[in-house]
Write a protein that binds this ligand. Structure first.
Ligand code: UDP
Length: 319
């Protein structure tokens, strides 16, 4: 198969590209390299440096390649930033999805696997979170993913483009020696390694007054290769003629920020200096996945637990 990955030079995208190539598929990548790393794009993938907001740049890819399915990962994805610059998020995340869908219609591409997020739920009513919970995003980033999912539903009804929306919990871990490499790092695990290994003086915990057992926010960390597997399973699911669906992708286990700090300290053998700051705007207290739907329908079973995830990342830092 020939797959188009948007955002394929980003952290999850490069992992997905490597995985799909390993499974003997062809990979075309669209990425404007604003956040992506060109040097991490696998050699066998065909990279187009294109901004999805520019329909003409994007169209060139569809003209030059017969695409079987689109994996749409490209988006801005930082909760905190989305609350400071909402217009940037609505503009990029919505327009790029619309442009892509219109080109899928024009070039008769039938399958869309969408990178959604746990952020669509906001502060959940019940834990763990299943797909039937109300979607009440507590930040603009989650709102853009909710709107994109609604747009996908309309393109399904009107044009028959079938989609799977994958609501990722917290992607982490390393495979293919890529590490958790992002430009302008803001994520928990890589920042903890920087503090543990001495490239920053301390680590900042955003909020220690959450209604959780130790006061810090709880998240569900899922290995990036487990996510990649879910993407290919989703394509197979659509190709088998099944209807559009949404799935949660998490490990089902919640860990607080302080618990993750401890695990990184244990694995590196180094103590991390901690500073406490205010909560970030829009951050929910606890997010834990009920992924039984993905397990039943896609036969998806995440393999790596949080210790294995962090050990993998340490391996990359050591190298
Ligand atoms: N976090 C933190 N300090 C940091 C980065 C993150 O305390 O420097 C917390 C953040 O508030 C959240 C969790 O760690 O509760 C995971 O944050 P991350 O940015 O990695 O992912 P997100 O949950 O925002 O997608």
């Amino acid at each position: 198969m020939k797959f188009l990955i948007t955002g394929g030079a980003g952290y999850i995208g490069t992992n997905l590209a490597n995985y799909l190539l390993k499974e003997n598929h062809q990979v075309v990548i669209a990425d404007n390299l604003e956040l992506g790393n060109k040097e991490l794009v696998p050699k066998k993938a065909k990279l187009y440096v294109a901004d999805l907001r520019d329909k003409r740049e994007l169209e060139k890819i569809f003209i030059e390649n017969k695409i079987d399915a689109v994996f749409h990962l490209a988006s801005y994805s930082l909760v905190d930033e989305s609350m400071k610059t909402p217009g940037k998020y609505f503009d990029n995340n919505i327009i790029s999805t619309l442009n892509l869908l219109d080109l899928m219609v024009k070039f008769n591409v039938k399958y869309h696997i969408f990178s959604s997020s746990v952020s669509v739920y906001g502060n959940p009513e019940k834990l763990p979170i299943d797909e039937n919970q109300l979607l009440l995003p507590s930040n603009v980033y989650g709102q853009t993913k909710k709107i994109a999912e609604e747009i996908l539903s309309w393109y399904d009804k009107i044009y028959g483009i079938r989609f799977v929306s994958l609501r990722y919990f917290n992607a982490a871990g390393d495979d293919y020696g890529i590490g958790e490499k992002r430009k302008n790092e803001t994520h928990l695990i890589p920042l903890l390694f920087k503090a543990a290994l001495g490239s920053s003086e301390y680590f900042t915990i955003f909020g220690n007054d959450y209604p959780t057992k130790d006061g810090t926010a709880v998240r569900d960390y899922v290995h990036v290769t487990d996510l990649s597997k879910a993407h290919l399973l989703s394509f197979n699911y659509l190709e088998d003629g099944n209807k559009s669906e949404v799935f949660n992708l998490g490990s089902g286990v919640g860990k607080s920020v302080k618990e993750i700090v401890k695990i990184v300290e244990q694995i590196t053998g180094n103590k991390i200096a901690i500073k406490i700051e205010e909560r970030r705007k829009g951050d929910p207290a606890i997010l834990i996945a009920d992924y039984s739907k993905a397990r039943k329908v896609l036969k998806w079973n995440p393999q790596k637990n949080i210790k294995e995830i962090i050990t993998d990342v340490y391996g990359w830092y050591k190298e």
